[in-house]
Design a binder for this molecule. Structure first.
Ligand code: A3P
Length: 298
């Protein structure tokens, strides 16, 4: 195949190296030659790359943090997308769209001190996101928010109920956790249960992020503090809201939902389920001298 035409040669190459068929975008701004190929210009485009990423996980208060940061004149969030509203999800599901697409979601700022940032709450537990972010944005600051993983699980269940998920509507939280469902619903219930529990295994995922990024690049934020940190408390919403130009700006009804308090048996189940993983998480953040969240006590 020494003399194959270009397209066939391409096919042959990926046949021999199938692992390389998935692209890994590196930062064209770091290498002069790449910058020339991409026709990028320092002031025009390189400054658009976000310097801060809010990684999630989902249901920990990522939308609130996104709004709070956006209200600061120095911070500029990405433009919203058709697919995922305020999230780009570039490093998870939209990666194949390429760097041009990603950059088109950020404003070009003439003001040097403006910092572009993005939040996509599914990055935290995405298997490919750490490697991809490291390749494109090796110096980015990463923000991870944690709440009690049991509360996170219940919040996700209620999120799915609010979106009329058939399984979440049909079965109680406890039934989902214990897979006490009809056999024809078992597979879908397993999926829902996984999305309730898996992102809450914080130590497993934090360890992975720490294998790609320096500790100084990662900010752990206690999601309980995000809820209770004094700003302007809205006694009706029971969350903090912002005052922008004299007007109160709370998050919409999809955030800070009203739902039944979690039942005792589920609390017990979750305490058991997360006990080892929380202890691992506790040891890990202690080892790295990171702040221990108030809800995590051993
Ligand atoms: P609940 O709706 O289950 O209470 P995310 O934006 O990552 O999906 O997280 C949603 C969660 O953010 C909400 O879950 C709520 O508990 C929490 N939250 C934190 N601060 C908030 C605020 N100021 N307004 C509304 N929800 C807030």
């Amino acid at each position: 195949f020494k003399y194959l035409p270009p397209l066939n040669l391409g096919h042959k190459y990926f046949e021999l190296y199938p692992k390389e068929s998935e692209p890994l975008w590196t930062n064209p701004c770091i290498d002069k030659r790449h910058k020339l190929i991409w026709n990028l210009n320092e002031t025009l485009t390189c400054s658009k790359f976000p310097k801060i990423l809010i990684l999630g996980p989902q249901k920990t208060g990522t939308t609130a943090l996104n709004l709070f940061l956006s209200s600061h004149p120095q911070f500029e969030p990405n433009l919203s997308t058709k697919e995922h509203f305020e999230e780009t999800q570039f490093f998870s599901s939209e990666y194949h769209k390429g760097i041009d697409w990603y950059l088109s979601l950020f404003k070009f700022n003439r003001n040097d001190s403006t910092i572009n940032f993005e939040k996509s709450a599914n990055y935290f537990s995405d298997s490919k996101a750490p490697k991809r972010i490291k390749a494109l944005l090796p110096d980015a600051k990463l923000i991870i928010i944690y709440i009690d993983p049991g509360k996170r699980a219940y919040s996700w269940y209620n999120h799915m109920r609010a979106h009329n998920d058939r399984i979440a509507i049909k079965y109680t939280f406890y039934e989902v956790l214990n897979l006490e469902v009809k056999s024809e619903d078992l597979e879908m219930t397993k999926q829902l249960r996984l999305r309730c529990l898996d992102p809450g295994e914080y130590a497993k995922y934090l360890r992975k992020w720490l294998s790609y990024f320096k500790k100084s690049q990662i900010l752990l934020l206690d999601g309980e503090l995000l809820k209770t940190n004094p700003n302007s408390y809205d006694s009706k919403k029971k969350f903090f809201c912002l005052f922008v130009h004299g007007r109160r700006k709370c998050l919409g009804s999809g955030k800070g939902r009203k739902y039944e308090p979690i039942d005792f048996k589920s609390i017990e189940y979750l305490n058991n389920y997360f006990n080892d993983s929380n202890f691992e998480f506790f040891k890990l953040i202690k080892k790295y001298s990171m702040d221990i969240p108030i809800w995590l006590n051993f």
